[in-house]
Design a protein around this ligand. Structure first.
Ligand SMILES: [Zn+2]
Length: 398
């Protein structure tokens, strides 16, 4: 049995992110260590949220695969219950539920679908009018195979089932192509128009290529729009989405948006409730070719920035330089001071660890959670709020 304290693993344990061996060691340690157990008690509030998730029955063979994995842990937990520590059972139950949910997702999409020729396809359902696949109009439903285009006109709409991991609604005047569907990657190309995606799978499994960026799902619901010039707009309604192009990445949380431009890639994410002036200035900072205009727009943005707009400012740190970067840092530090170990000098030199550490600290603000709430509780709350419950509902046998 290992003796180091496990407080930093509590959140990972509760979310089923530790390996089986690590989980076992965690459980063993926490039974005998009052310090860690006390800390564990503190996050019960977060676990209570997980308890409110709907119950569902997993397929029999999933349980038989799970039991050997969970054996030692379950033994530990029942010993604990005998001694009256029922909160641990609750935590374990929540952990198991989360584990079942992620394994369930894997099981579901691993089943995949393919036609008689063995070629994988996605099921398409007509919502309105007569969408086309290839050149063929489809009536109530059809199959979209890898490489095929699905197109809607001004009067038609469709819904695509993305394997078993989610669905995508295709609006009018939209053109999408299925690029890939495999257990490790599902990829759609949005050439023009608008789509809404709801995905309940582990992060980075569902991607959408647009002419100016790639949207990577981090467990979420979002809409993505591409205009005739190839510019796109992403709006996230739940969870997180990453917009990527080469080495440029924007991480976009719920209630935020991000615009992209062909040839430039993703702009900087911003909250939808930021002022029109703030957004107008950001557009210049992101896309105006004139350096003086960009710098002037930055001055206006910094003046208007609210604490949650550190989402925008944090992304700008790596996108502006010299004195502009220093101005962004100073405003951020005034709105939400950096955590211990993050220095002005380090941030101005774009020290990756410091940037990541500050971002992790700021996420609570971006999620609209009170900073006084301990991190594990905030994380549990965030996960519960963001679609986990929805995912479980979607996975429940009909
Ligand atoms: Zn300990």
């Amino acid at each position: 049995m290992f003796s180091r304290h496990v407080t930093k693993d509590i959140s990972a344990y509760c979310h089923g992110e530790l390996s089986n061996e690590e989980s076992k060691q965690f459980a063993e340690h926490i039974i005998s260590c009052i310090k860690c157990r006390t800390k564990f008690e503190e996050i019960k509030v977060g676990i209570k949220l997980a308890e409110q998730l709907p119950q569902l029955s997993a397929p029999d063979h999933l349980w038989s695969e799970l039991e050997p994995l969970l054996g030692p842990q379950i033994t530990q937990i029942s010993r604990v219950t005998d001694r009256g520590w029922s909160w641990q059972l609750k935590v374990a139950a929540a952990g198991v539920l989360l584990l079942v949910s992620s394994l369930g997702a894997w099981w579901l999409y691993n089943r995949g679908r393919s036609d008689l020729t063995g070629k994988p396809y996605w099921q398409v359902t007509t919502l309105d009018g007569k969408p086309t696949i290839g050149k063929e109009g489809i009536a109530s439903n059809g199959k979209l195979a890898v490489g095929e285009w699905l197109e809607t006109d001004g009067n038609s709409k469709a819904q695509i089932a993305v394997g078993s991991i989610g669905n995508v609604d295709i609006d009018e005047n939209t053109r999408v192509r299925l690029l890939e569907t495999q257990p490790t990657e599902h990829r759609l190309e949005l050439a023009r128009g608008k789509m809404s995606a709801r995905i309940w799978a582990p992060p980075r499994l569902f991607f959408v290529d647009t002419p100016s960026a790639v949207a990577a799902d981090l467990g979420c619901a979002y809409t993505l729009e591409v205009d005739d010039q190839g510019a796109s707009k992403l709006r996230v309604t739940s969870g997180w989405v990453a917009l990527e192009l080469k080495d440029r990445e924007s991480i976009v949380p719920a209630e935020a948006s991000c615009d992209t431009q062909p040839g430039i890639g993703p702009g900087t994410p911003y909250f939808e409730d930021s002022s029109a002036k703030f957004r107008e200035s950001l557009k210049k900072v992101d896309f105006d070719p004139d350096a003086a205009a960009r710098s002037a727009a930055l001055t206006s943005m910094l003046y208007d920035a609210r604490p949650k707009d550190t989402l925008t400012l944090w992304h700008l740190l790596t996108r502006v330089d010299g004195n502009d970067r220093a101005r962004v840092y100073d405003k951020m530090a005034a709105l939400d001071p950096p955590p211990a170990g993050v220095t002005r000098e380090g941030v101005l030199q774009l020290d990756e660890k410091m940037l990541a550490s500050w971002r992790d600290e700021l996420k609570t603000t971006w999620m609209g959670i009170n900073k006084k709430v301990p991190k594990p509780i905030a994380e549990a709350y965030w996960r519960a709020k963001n679609g986990l419950s929805q995912r479980l509902k979607e996975m429940a046998p009909k």
